[in-house]
Every structure is written in C-alpha cells, then in structure tokens.
Design a protein around this ligand. Sequence first.
Ligand code: ADP
Ligand code: MG
Length: 564
Amino acid sequence: MTKHTHAFQAEVKQILHLVTHSLYSNKEIFLRELVSNASDACDKLRFEALDNAALYEDAPNLEVRIRFDEDAKTLTISDNGIGMSAEEAAAHLGTIAKSGTREFMAKLEGDQKKDAQLIGQFGVGFYSGFIVADRITVETRRAGLPASEGVRWSSEGTGEYDIETITKAGRGTDVILHLREGEEEFLKTWRVKSTVSKYSDHISLPILMRKETWDADNAKQVVTDEWEPINKASALWTRSKSEITPEQYEEFYKQISYDTEAPLAYTHNRVEGRSEYTQLLYIPKKAPFDLWNRDKRGGVKLYVKRVFIMDDAESLMPVYLRFVKGVIDSADLPLNVSRELLQESRDVKAIREGSTKRVLGMLESLANSEDAAEKQTYADFWKDFGQVLKEGIGEDHQNQERLAKLFRFASTQADEGVSLADYLGRMKEGQEAIYYITADSLSAAKHSPQLEIFRKKGIEVLLLVDRVDEWMLSHLYEFEGKPLQSVAKGSVDLGKLQDEEEKKKVKEAAEQFKPLLERLKTTLAERAKDVRVTTRLVDSPACIVVEEGDVSGHLARLLKQAGQ
Ligand code: ADP
Ligand code: MG
C-alpha cells in the first residue's frame, strides 16, 4: 500500500486544538497517557492470548520501553502489546468512537477557560502527545498479522494524517514523538524517569529505559545499551487478597503513609456494579499531628486503572474520616479528571459512600469483637480518633445511627468505654431518657451538684467532656427511640422515676419557700430568668441550670473562650 492521506474527523480537530492549547501548563501528562495506552494494549494482548497463545509469538514478556534520540529530537514509547491493523489505526487514531464524546464536543463553546474545564470530563488520551510534539509517527503491527502488514501512521496534529504499510518485525506499537522546539527537557533521562515514577509507578508491567553511567573521562552521564526498569510495578491493590501477605499489606501502608508503625486495620475490596473500583484503605494506629486541621486533605490516593491521578483526593472520603490512608483505583473515571470534577462526579459519590461504609464496617468489627485484644484495639482507636469520628454525626446523616453505635463515653458508672447500647442496657425501669452532663473535665462533671439526684436514684449519667460534644449533641437527639437529655437544662422531669411522695414534697416546698424564691428572683433579676425549688439536689443547697433549648453553661464558656 502506498501512502494515503486522510482527514481527521471534525471532532478530532477540535480536540487537538483544545488539548494542545489548554493543557500546556500540565504538559508532562502526555507521558501518563501514552504509557497508559501501552499498558492497555498489553492487557488486551494478554486477554486475547488466553484463547490463542500463538499471539505471543517469541516475545511472551510484555513490557513498555521508552527511549530518546538527542540528535533526531525524538522520544519513543514502545510496547509489545496488541498493536493495530491499518483499519484500526485509522479508526482509533483518526476518529473518536467513544460514546458521549460527540455530545461532549457539542458543548464546547470555544471559550478556552470553560472548555479546559470540560475537557477534564473525558480522557484526552493519545492526542495529548501533540502538546509537546509537532509530528507523531506511530509504527504498529497487530499481533497475529505477518511482519509485512505493519502500519505507519503519521500526523502533524492539524488537519490530516497519513497511513502507509511497512514491515515491522516485532508486534505492538512504537509511538515516536518529534519534539517541538523548546521541549528538549524530555530528552533527559531524569525528566522522563521522574514523570513516569510520578504517574505510572504502579503500572503492572515493567517500564524500561536505557541505563545511564557516569563517564569519568568526559565528565558526563552516558546512555548504555542496557535496559533497566524505572517503575516499581507493584500495584499491590490489583492482586487478589489471597496472594498478599500481612507483611506486604503493612509494607505498602508504610510506603504510602510515611508512618513507621503498622496500621491498626485495613480493608481491601474490589467493587463491581454501577461504579467499578478497587479500594485498599488503612486506619493508622496513632493520630497524626495535624488531625485537627479540618482543611487538611485526605490521605487517599486516586488512581485510574493503576495510573496515579492525585494525592489527597478529598472528595473520596468525608472530612471526618480524614485520618484514613490508602488507594482507590477507579475503572470509570477519565485520566485527566480534576479536583473540581471529582466533586461533581456520580462515580465519585458512589465511591465515597462505598468507602465510608467499609471504614465504618472495619471499626464495627473491632468494636463489637468478642476478642479482648480487638476490643482493646478499638479502645485505643477511640482515644486517638474518637473526637474526629464524633464530627461525623452532623456531617454524614446517612450513617448517623452506625456512628452513634461506635461512640464511647465516660459515665457515672465507668470512666471510659461506655457505648449508648451499654447505657440503654442499664437503664432503670421506667427511665425515658438518656441523661448526660457536659463539662470541661471529667472531675468537673463528676462533682457537679446536678448529678446528686441521679446518684441517689442510681441512674447512670453520661459525662461529656470533649470539646466536640456540644456540637455532636446539636445533631444527635436520640438513640434507639430514647431522647438525649441534659441534666443541667430545664426542670428535669424524671417522670415515672419520681414517686408521688416526692412530687408532693416539691409542691409543699414550693409553697413554703415562696417568699424566699420571690426575694431571690428580685435580687437576681438581672442574672437569672427564674428561681425554683428542685428535686435534683440531694446535698447541695443550690445549682445553676439553663432553660431547655438554651445554650448550655458549658457551651457558653467555650464560646466565650473562643471570643464569641
Ligand atoms: P483511550 O485510551 O481512552 O481509548 P486514547 O486516545 O488514549 O483513548 O487512545 C485511542 C485508541 O487508540 C485506544 O482505545 C486504542 O484502541 C488505540 N491505541 C492507542 N495507543 C495504542 C497502543 N499503544 N497500542 C494499541 N492501540 C492503541
Ligand atoms: Mg488512553
């Protein structure tokens, strides 16, 4: 076949224009895209070879090679994957077949800023090579076709491309980038190496480059003939659970978290269905120093088909789980998705919900374990992370109940570890509410006169002394049908817990002390809304309470401290 010239489909022209003009500030992504295509091509070969092992020819080791030629100013990315026939090259590199792309292109307005945002919604792929190249030559041969049926595709990335037949001994594809003036940085080993390790470290094939050595005579680095892998190719999360040892899970955790200790727990799953992704999530043992910074980005890395997309993708985890570390690898998202787009993506929403459930599940299985060591693990977790988890009650309405079950408190019965379920189990006959008091410290809470009547009657009261508790209480009103009620607010109606005798006494006392109450009310008019007789005290003569629905005394103090 002689050389044939073809015109690009109109949409391709549009995309080419956009990609080269609006993605320049992030030009190195072309390597990510081309390496990802090479890796996809190897995956496809592996898949087809399941039925036809002959496709491997004499090269069963799938790999990607990157080389450059300083004189010719070319950078070449080669793979020995599936390759393309002439028809395939024309179809895949000359038109856009992906569903939705036409509609997408129709939305482009020619406004560069808006369009650049839109373009993040789908993959830019092969055409991103034109960001740094003024000509791309693709030499390819489909696995299974004879060497004489190789194809050379070539284009300057403007209106058209050429296709001709060549002889190509090895199967697979070479993508040769003729670098534009000024892009010589991609003719340096370190530049290519660092870009590949940034985005493609976990591609599961070896990515090879020629080794460099120091030439002492001429005092410079020289490229040798020897190939060496430049990626780790580990992608632990893509292997099946049964093939991974606990030590490997631990090692990977340390690698991604920079933690020196082993993690507290981890979960590893492949999720299929509406959204397809793999998650490997870890809970650290100790809280990081910046746990309290709510602006801190999450510790979850986002990958798309083993290609690194971004660190700390905060939309993948709710803020109250910001201590979780790990990797999420999506099969659906485009490679060049931006943070802004992540926030709107329905796939991401599904991932966040699924991952949140997994993390809560991990915590539940520790918290509810019969095993003493696991129970202790949960207690330790709670000490470090409990306050952050409490933020979730207002943030994540969907999981409110699951969260409330995970909470642990101090009470008049135990200094720590009291769950709401424990509390319900110990409620007195006829008790209608879960009672609590808030205070600055455990000892202040314990010595509060407002607890006297509860002590006397043997009713348990939760002692809430964390800063976040007031906020938690503004979202958590009840647990399993029992309201949470402050012992320091309103009149505290003990309802059925108070016998008729006591109620009568209060009435009598109110009559008897009427003159005193009146005098106190007048004297304290500026400072107290009301003065009344109470049954909540046993030994103390008086205590201060706030009106039901008002800011509690404790919160008032906190707000004052915060200067409000
Ligand atoms: P995507 O990878 O999202 O499909 P690209 O623009 O990156 O989009 O690539 C377009 C198509 O070109 C691929 O789907 C594939 O069919 C073909 N292609 C690109 N690079 C290669 C390669 N190295 N080997 C075989 N086919 C390739
Ligand atoms: Mg691609």
